[in-house]
Ligand binder design. Structure first.
Ligand SMILES: [Fe+2]
Ligand SMILES: [Fe+2]
Length: 187
């Protein structure tokens, strides 16, 4: 499936701009990690783009309904299992780097965007130190589980500073592409 087709499919099931933005952020993070590991940027990007496809309609059981939405669209079992592997208590399914990356990228991409939003220069010059500081600030982005951010990063085997640098780079590239379409990750 092309990216264009995947965006079309996503938009059939995701109507809120917030979730669409999050999907684009995770796509960016996955593409950045595919590049980092020398893997398939298109395939990893699609995984990020579509990982929350069932969330809006089925928040209670997410991502369990994703197979129903993705199977008929022609995605193979490995792709579907990779999406299922980012669910709660699905650590045992995170058997390869692509799956580990998806869980490590998921909440952290949006957390970085939340940090960037607080800065006048947005992503420009955004370093791991600023992200760390916000992670320690319990009042900031309260819903984000810091232990999960760290556990998923450690499972991927990447140092904190590298993790942030890789993701910021991916987000900056995504933001540049989106700007041409008159859209922004920053809202
Ligand atoms: Fe999710
Ligand atoms: Fe997500």
């Amino acid at each position: 499936m092309s990216r264009e087709e995947a965006v079309k499919l996503l938009k059939e099931h995701v109507k809120t701009e917030q979730l669409y933005r999050h999907s684009l952020a995770v796509e960016a993070g996955m593409r950045a990690y595919a590049k980092h590991f020398g893997e398939d940027e298109e395939a990893w990007g699609l995984l990020g783009l579509l990982h929350d496809i069932d969330f809006e309609k089925y928040p209670e059981v997410h991502p369990a309904k994703a197979p129903e939405l993705l199977g008929p669209a022609g995605f193979d079992q490995d792709f579907i299992d990779a999406i299922l592997s980012h669910g709660l208590n699905a650590e045992a399914m995170r058997t390869d780097q692509k799956r580990k990356a998806l869980s490590a990228v998921d909440q952290m991409s949006s957390f970085i965007i939340a940090v960037a939003r607080m800065r006048p220069e947005y992503f420009d010059g955004l370093k791991a130190k600023s992200v760390k500081k916000k992670m320690k600030d319990k009042a900031f982005a309260k819903a984000v589980d810091r232990d999960d951010l760290e556990a998923t990063r450690e499972a991927l085997g990447v140092e904190f500073a590298d993790h942030i640098d890789i993701l910021v780079q991916g987000l900056v590239e995504q933001e540049e592409k989106l700007k041409e379409e008159g859209f922004s990750l920053l809202g």
